[in-house]
Every structure is written in structure tokens, then in C-alpha cells.
Design a binder for this molecule. Sequence first.
Ligand SMILES: [Zn+2]
Length: 161
Amino acid sequence: MQVTAAKTPLSKKSKERLFNSASVPPEKCIFCKIVNKELPSHVIFEDNEYIAFLDNHPFNEGHTLVCPKKHGETVWDMSQEEIGGLFMLASRVSKALVKATGADGFRFVQNNGEAANQIVPHVHVHTIPVRLSDKGKWLDRKKLPPEDMERIAQSIKGFIE
Ligand SMILES: [Zn+2]
């Protein structure tokens, strides 16, 4: 059996970048536009380095994206400290959104590369509240009215510690 380099998962040849046909420079990145307030979003939290805002097509009410403000496509573009800060904020956000939505648990989903279903090429951690009734189910994306999104955002904001 012939094994090609592309199919060898533990190739010694290290990859510097992961393939994503949606790759864009920062000036064309929709999350950079949200960071720069060129696009509207329902912001839950922001400081100098990070921002958290509602996903426009949530798997569940309260589904939040936590991002570094600095453009980078995958966690490989971030320092260890930056990755640590990103997940520390995701953890804070998870507590707030579970309290705000009355969820029973939450998911962190962090996709890197097109093969992982990464759609927006700017690092983000999906923080998704889930209920016991969601257990074992595949969740579909939803579209909520803007007034509901704003109400949820304000509610989560109030629980950020
Ligand atoms: Zn970006």
C-alpha cells in the first residue's frame, strides 16, 4: 500500500498553515469589522485584547463567540499567553450565559481550518449553552429577531464577572 504525504497524519514535515479557502486579509475579515465597529453585533464583553458577541445564527439562545481582537486565522497564529487569555474569557462568558439562559451545561467549540468546518477565518471560541433536552441531539442553527438578540445580550452582560 502506498502512503502519500497528504494522508500521513503524523508526517514529520510540520505545517505552518492550515488550509482554508475562505482565508482573507484582516481588512476583508468580518470579525475584524465587528472588532472595529464597521459591522454591527451584539457585544457581551470587550477589553483591549478580546471581544465576545452573539453568534448571528445561534445553535441555542445565548450562543456567543469569543475572539481575540488581533486578526489571526487559527490558534497557531496566537501566543500561548493569548490562547490562555482567550479561553479564560470564554470560561467567564460560559458562566454568564448559563446563568442568563438557565442552561444545564455549555459547549466550547473551536474550529481550526476548513477541514474542521471553520467558516470565518478569524480565531473564535463558540460558547454554546445547552439543556439536558439537547443531550445526544444535533443542534440546528437558528435565526432570532434582533430584539430577542439584544435582550439576550443585555442579560448575559449583566452576569459577566
Ligand atoms: Zn479578522
